[in-house]
Each structure stands twice: as structure tokens, then as C-alpha cells.
Design a protein around this ligand. Structure first.
Ligand code: XIL
Length: 466
């Protein structure tokens, strides 16, 4: 899902010494300040940490081109906010309709974004007919719904929220129609049906108010533990994270960790952090701190795989309609201006210094020269920010020069463009490491004017922030 884009902040500097011609080119990595990562998206920052950063969206918003421009560029993952729910996908028994959901999946795919499916079994946004199904038939109806929808989207989604919001605050089961007519076993049955329909998509249980440790998250924890013990297929827990500024649970990281320790992934699936209106600078600052803390808690646990905002702009937030007097819950305001929360998330994803992306330099020197030819050596150095796992040096042949062979690197020549990639044994460079490759050329030994080194993304060791 990593989108390729021209490296930022290339800088070149050359100098001439008597017997040494050197040129160095570096890729400047993001510094942990708001300004420095202004042109790196949250999706890219998260990607460098091995995570996704996404947004929910909904069909009525898609004609807003200002909205879709940011939706399509800033995020690496999309959740279908409404139109994969039962009321849309099976409005009457046995009649399935995925038109609206597919509009969003198609858009995400065209933008190179992954998609979470949300949600198969939930007590809300359920068409009336489901409530009227006789008790003896509901298990079959539920299985059919899951099978049909999971099958339909097979291969296009990374996750499914199989069951949503099945517990009450005290940890008891919510008395949904499924609970009442099928009984406790309905959740396990739902997961089994989903797995049977698609062996690869990751299956999630999703709920709110399970971000901190308490009776409700304890109940989900016990369920996951028992699923694991009984071989019921479950891959992840989605913590919705509809939070309140100033009230992020202190046990968030510890809670994510205890689920991870059961052998499931964790995703923050519907993040927003609301405040009492009106917005003030002080509330924005509080909210920014909270967003940063949530992102850090996720990054601190290697099995926390990603974060999704429940839409990204206050223009389309669900909060004001559901929590009267509250709102301003998202990192972009209703005019698409980035709030302090945005910069706090970016800073948390950047993880302080050293920057995650690494950088490298290439220094050229002629090692021998004869009539009509020469050999040169290029020193590839780490730019001292973060370890890198590979490098690619490119340059344009100066007029009258050609390259015939290279050693300690993989040579490709296409027209005037020369590319040398690391060999299998010299791609990894520690923060202060360097290596060399050499090549033989014909013609003049002139210094290439645009030699550039691009690092492969550094591997992130889990749990390391900054
Ligand atoms: C919300 C949508 O954002 C609204 O547009 C809709 O009217 C109701 O549902 N938990 C969930 C989401 O799992 O599906 C809900 O989405 C928000 C709470």
C-alpha cells in the first residue's frame, strides 16, 4: 500500500579536490516538527512504522471534491462508514445490494488504499425484517448474510468487523435480537461463517468503551481468550475509540498489549476525540495531546496494526448529531484546515528523532583513468538518521560517458539513466555505516551532476518510538 512519490528535500552538493572528485547527494528525512513533515501524509508516516492510518467515509460525501482530494491522498486505509451495514446490503431477505459499498471500495482501490469491512452483525442499522425472523431461523439467516457479503468482497478487504457492539458496559451480553434468539453462541457462529467464506480476510470483534481496562473490555478479553482456547477463528479486536478530550483512558496501551498477548491484532477503528463546543485554543491543545497519546499507545504495541479516524473532517463528523453540544472531534476542521491534533498525530507517527525513513548519501570518486575509459568507486553512506535496509543510487550519464559493468551492486542502464541497487550483502547500513560499489566506464570520467541515493524504508523494530 506504500504509494511511491518523488523523494522530498533532495539536496546536492559537489566539491572538487585535487585527485578526488566527489559528489554527494542525500535524501533529507523528516525532522520531528510540524513544519518539516508538512508534505508527508499521515498514511506515509504510519506506513514507515508498519501501520496504516485511515479514515472512514460515507457515500453522500463523495461529490465534495475538496473532501475526496484529502481523503484520497492523506490516508492509506478506508473504512466504509455505513453502506456495508445490513440495512444497505440485505434490505430484504435474500436480496443483496452492494452498489453503494462498492462505490467506496472502488474509490479506495483507485487510490491504492486498503479497506476495512464494517460491519456484518450489529443490532443497529438492521432492517426491520431481521427482527421478525422466527427464532429457529435466525442463525441460518445470520450465516447466509455473512456468507454472502464476505464472499462478495473476498480479496478486496483487509479486515471484517464480524460482530459489532455485543456487550453492555457492565460486561454482560447486549440483549440484541441475535443474543435473544440464537443465544451466547451467535458470536462464535458468526466468526466461523466468516472464516468459511474467506480464509484470508482478518476477522475482528469491534466495540466502543473497550479502550481502557474495565468490566466491558474484561468481558471482550475473556471472550477472545475462550475463542483462542476453543479454536474459534478470530484475528483482531477493534477498539472504536470514540473518545473525549481530557479523558483518554490511562490504561489504553496496557489494554492493547493484553489483547495482543492473547495472540490477536488490535486496531483503533473509529477514532475521534470530541470536546464540548465551542472550540477554544486550550481545548484544541488538549485534544492534540490526546490524539498524540493515542497514536503513541498504538505504536508502542507491535500488534496494534493501524488507526482509522471516524471520518477526518468536522464537516462530516457523526459526533454533533449524537452527542448534543459536543463536536470538533476530528483533526481537520469543517473548512478542511488542519488542527493542532493533526500535527500531534504526525509528530507521534514520526516518533521523534531519529526520523523513521532514514537517508543515504552517494559519493563518487575516480579510482583510475586511461585513454578512453576509467573506473570509479561510489561510497554509499547512511545519513545518520536511522538504519536502512537497502539503497538505490541513480544518475544521468554525463555526455560522452557510458557504463559497462559494476561490482558490489546491481547495475541497470536505460538510455542515459543509470541505476545501481545494493547487492544482497551490502544493503543494510547502520546509522553510521557505509559501503562502496564500483563501476567501469567508457569515455570521460566526468562527475555525474545529479547522483542521488534513495534508501529503502527502514525496518521498524516493534515498540520503539523515537
Ligand atoms: C455511525 C455512522 O457514522 C452514522 O452516519 C450512522 O448514522 C450511525 O452509525 N459505532 C459504529 C459505527 O460501529 O458504525 C457508527 O457509525 C458509530 C458508532
Amino acid at each position: 500500500m506504500f504509494r511511491h512519490h518523488p523523494p522530498r528535500g533532495r539536496r546536492t552538493a559537489g566539491f572538487l579536490a585535487t585527485a578526488l572528485v566527489a559528489l554527494s547527494a542525500g535524501l533529507t528525512a523528516a525532522a520531528p516538527t510540524a513544519a518539516a513533515h508538512a508534505d508527508t501524509t499521515l498514511g506515509e508516516l504510519a506506513e514507515a512504522k508498519g501501520r496504516y492510518f485511515g479514515s472512514a467515509t460515507d457515500n453522500p460525501e463523495l461529490p465534495d471534491t475538496r473532501y475526496t482530494q484529502i481523503l484520497g491522498s492523506e490516508f492509506s486505509q478506508i473504512t466504509v462508514g455505513n453502506t456495508m451495514k445490513w440495512q444497505y446490503t440485505e434490505p430484504s431477505r435474500g436480496r443483496f445490494d452492494y452498489t453503494a459499498a462498492e462505490e467506496i471500495v472502488d474509490l479506495a482501490e483507485s487510490n491504492g488504499q486498503s479497506v476495512r469491512g464494517h460491519t456484518l452483525v450489529w443490532h443497529n442499522q438492521l432492517p426491520d425484517w431481521v427482527g421478525d425472523v422466527p427464532a429457529g431461523e435466525l442463525l441460518e439467516v445470520m450465516r447466509d448474510h455473512i456468507t454472502h457479503e464476505v464472499d462478495h468482497f473476498e480479496g478486496r478487504l483487509i479486515h471484517w468487523d464480524v460482530v459489532n457492539e455485543a456487550f453492555e458496559e457492565d460486561g454482560s451480553r447486549r440483549q440484541s435480537v441475535f443474543q435473544q434468539k440464537i443465544g451466547d453462541s451467535y458470536i462464535a457462529e458468526a466468526f466461523k461463517a466468516a472464516r468459511a467464506a474467506d480464509p484470508d480476510v482478518k476477522l475482528y470483534y469491534n466495540d466502543y468503551n473497550i479502550e481502557g481496562i474495565g468490566p466491558k473490555s474484561d468481558a471482550v478479553y475473556e471472550m477472545v481468550k475462550s475463542f483462542k482456547a476453543r479454536g474459534i477463528p478470530i484475528d483482531g479486536v477493534g477498539m472504536q475509540a470514540h473518545l473525549i478530550a481530557g479523558q483518554v483512558p490511562a490504561s489504553l496501551q496496557q489494554n492493547i498489549q493484553r489483547f495482543a498477548d492473547l495472540g490477536v491484532d488490535v486496531a483503533l477503528t473509529e477514532l475521534d476525540i470530541r470536546m464540548t463546543l465551542p472550540r477554544t485554543a486550550a481545548k484544541d491543545a488538549r485534544q492534540a495531546t490526546d490524539y498524540g497519546a493515542v497514536a503513541e499507545a498504538c505504536l508502542a504495541v507491535s500488534r496494534c496494526v493501524g488507526i482509522t479516524l471516524w471520518d477526518y473532517t468536522d464537516k462530516y463528523s457523526w459526533v454533533p448529531s449524537v452527542f448534543p453540544g459536543e463536536g470538533a472531534a476530528l483533526p481537520w476542521d469543517e473548512n478542511f484546515a488542519k488542527k493542532p491534533a493533526y500535527h500531534a498525530i504526525a509528530a507521534a507517527l514520526t516518533g521523534g528523532s531519529p526520523a523513521p525513513r532514514g537517508e543515504c548519501t552517494a559519493t563518487y570518486r575516480v579510482t583510475s583513468q586511461w585513454q578512453g575509459g576509467f573506473t570509479a568507486e561510489v561510497t554509499v553512506g547512511n545519513g545518520h538518521t536511522a538504519p536502512i535496509t537497502g539503497w538505490t543510487v541513480t544518475w544521468t550519464l554525463p555526455g560522452g560517458q557510458s557504463v559497462s559493468s559494476a561490482w558490489n551492486g546491481d547495475l541497470t542502464v536505460g538510455g542515459q539513466e543509470v541505476t545501481v541497487r545494493n547487492a544482497a550483502y551490502n544493503g543494510t547500513l547502520s546509522r553510521s555505516g557505509s559501503t562502496t560499489f564500483g563501476f567501469q566506464g567508457e569515455g570521460t570520467a566526468d562527475t555525474p551532476a545529479d547522483m542521488t541515493c534513495t534508501p529503502s524504508p527502514a525496518t521498524q523494530s516493534s515498540g520503539v518510538i523515537g
